[in-house]
Ligand binder design. Structure first.
Ligand SMILES: Nc1nc2c(c(=O)[nH]1)N[C@H]1C(S)=C(S)[C@@H](COP(=O)(O)O)O[C@H]1N2
Ligand SMILES: [Mo]
Length: 320
């Protein structure tokens, strides 16, 4: 049974947002709509950066204090120079190569079994969404982890905008495809573009988050600018970067890694220290930027929010 007690973070966005931030954001958006480009105007924007990224003035956004960490935030210098983004190379130092990615104009198509199919410009989307910051743990299937302050909005808000029809059961996400920019995509043995999927129930879970910023700024390109998924209870490969399309479907999507090696990377990919990967244990994790190995937590520490979704799926390989 569901307990109908309102938790602290289930309050309307207007109440959760300090007035001045709310006010500034609206002002900034009003300015954006008119000019197309932001010019510093004393509203706390950073003019030099705003020229490069029209969303820079939106950040930082108010933190949602409901999401607490049990460890230090990983230093930005560390997290932004150790990334998985195979489009730019199959190693961790892809951040220089990723700067080639053009993030304006950028559109996200919502399509498939929905009432409101549409293609949204990234800045229109940002203007419509309630932005907040959340501190989340991140656990890569390779057994390293970090903790980062994402900015963005609940995926459930985007689902609401799309208006799923009765038969829609899954969301299928797709990354951009442009081998002239992302040289990794010239490697034809990978099934480009990168694809990921969630059930509709997972997508509307409170934890499922769309990140458009990190460390109080727009997403740096290596993090999957301008818009990526964050599902902190699942292995990191589910958190697809640089999304251009979200399709609602009744067919379970086959994701990039599942297509490559389905015996090692499945659809569910929920974190579980007791279920080893085929080639290594998952019981502990190397915390980026420290000498520490920590015990990995069931659902990466988010069981309270997500375990209920899986209680009847006993025949599914939930942890790979
Ligand atoms: N498009 C795309 N998304 C991706 C990946 C990728 O290679 N391409 N790597 C995934 C993996 S394995 C991880 S651990 C996270 C890494 O995110 P980070 O670089 O922000 O730490 O992104 C995920 N999203
Ligand atoms: Mo990963």
């Amino acid at each position: 049974m569901k307990i109908l007690k309102r938790r602290s973070w289930e309050i309307p966005e207007r109440e959760a947002t300090p007035e001045h931030v709310f006010f500034n954001r609206r002002q900034i958006l009003a300015g954006l709509a008119g000019s197309g480009a932001l010019i510093g105007s004393g509203l706390g924007m950073r003019p030099a950066f705003a020229e490069e990224n029209p969303s820079a003035g939106l950040y930082p956004v108010p933190r949602n204090e409901a999401y607490k960490l049990d460890r230090e935030i990983t230093k930005e210098e560390i997290a932004s120079k150790y990334n998985n983004f195979y489009e730019f190379g199959s190693h961790k130092q892809i951040w220089p190569a990723a700067q080639k990615l053009e993030i304006r104009p950028w559109t996200v198509a919502l399509e498939g079994m929905i009432d409101n199919p549409q293609t949204l410009g990234i800045d229109d989307l940002l203007a419509r969404m309630p932005l907040e910051e959340r501190l989340y743990r991140h656990r890569c299937v390779e057994a390293w982890s970090m903790a980062v302050p994402w900015s963005g909005f609940p995926l459930a808000e985007l689902v609401k905008l799309a208006g799923p029809q009765a038969g829609a059961k899954y969301l299928r996400f797709e990354t951009f495809l442009d081998p002239s920019v992302a040289s990794g995509q010239k490697q034809s043995w990978y099934p480009w573009p990168y694809v990921e999927g969630l059930t509709l129930e997972e997508a509307t879970n409170e934890l499922a988050f769309i990140a458009t910023g990190v460390y109080g700024k727009p997403l740096a390109k290596q993090f999957g600018a301008p818009i990526r998924l964050v599902t902190p209870w699942k292995y990191g490969f589910k958190s697809i970067k640089s999304i251009v399309k979200i399709s609602f479907t009744d067919q379970r999507p086959v994701s990039f890694w599942e297509e490559i090696q389905s015996s090692e990377y499945g659809f569910w990919a929920n974190v579980n220290p007791e279920v080893p990967h085929k080639r290594w244990p998952q019981s502990t994790e190397q915390v980026l930027g420290t000498d520490e190995r920590r015990d990995t937590l069931l659902y990466n520490g988010y069981a309270e929010q997500v375990a209920g979704m899986y209680k009847d799926l006993t025949d599914e390989p939930l942890f790979m």
